[in-house]
Ligand binder design. Sequence first.
Ligand code: NAP
Length: 266
Amino acid sequence: MVDRYAVIGNPVAHSKSPWIHAQFARQTGQAIEYGVILAPIGGFSRAVAEFRAAGGLGANITLPFKQEAFRLASRTSERARAAQAANTLVLDGDALFGDNTDGAGLIGDLRRNLGFDLAGKRVLLMGSGGAAQGVVSPLLESRPARLAIANRTAQRALVLAQRFAPAAGGGYAEFAGEQFDLVINATSAGLSEELPAVAKAIFARGALAYDMVYGRDTPFLRLAREAGAAASDGLGMLVEQAAESFLLWRGVRPDTAPVLAALRGA
Ligand code: NAP
């Protein structure tokens, strides 16, 4: 029987993960099958149990189940514990290992695909939900000069920053007088054509604006371009986090560049 993997989420029908993992499998000569599982809200653990019973070896977890996947895991990685969320599960007999590759995906995209070196840079991270939580620790490991976390609900950013000293946290107004070399939008505002409360002046000369949302232009990316900043969506992060999951499952890291190029071309 061929080794089985899947992405579990709700909604999940439009996930690009099956296509991405099919490219990785072809490229590395690995025989795997990668499917899509729509789990009902409240039915996540049952969906995992059924997939395991059907021979599933691993799964990617997407909205809204990443926190639940973390709690369900019998063993977790340090990066999953830092994020309090799992986007990758390894189903190993009765054991369930939870990992989080989102942070490595972002850092990989910044370094590998965008040529951005974080060391010594001033970084503003917008948002304090699951995506933001998953990237704070790897961002700090890259030794920026400053990491500020701004969120609409300021208290969430404060709590997040306290967990990860020396990051600073607060509302958007708190950082309005500063300039940043990298501004990461880890909010879901772009999905509803909304803009977090930042102004053009936030971008330092030569800054990069990064929106984790992909597949659409967002008000944040438009603002950044108007300010003269370079702008990138989160498609590269999606491909890089998938490659990290593939490495965990199969022991081989695929080449992400041709897969990202094909997705961009499509
Ligand atoms: P989440 O847990 O629901 O958090 C949403 C965040 O967005 C919160 O901080 C929320 O602020 C903020 N927000 C929502 N609407 C806003 C608005 N109109 N103005 C300002 N802030 C707003 O979601 P998540 O899991 O962190 O995901 C966030 C985004 O990242 C999603 O769009 C997701 O698709 C994307 N993502 C991409 C990748 C990738 O591989 N590219 C990976 C993970 C996530 P409050 O706390 O004030 O509500």
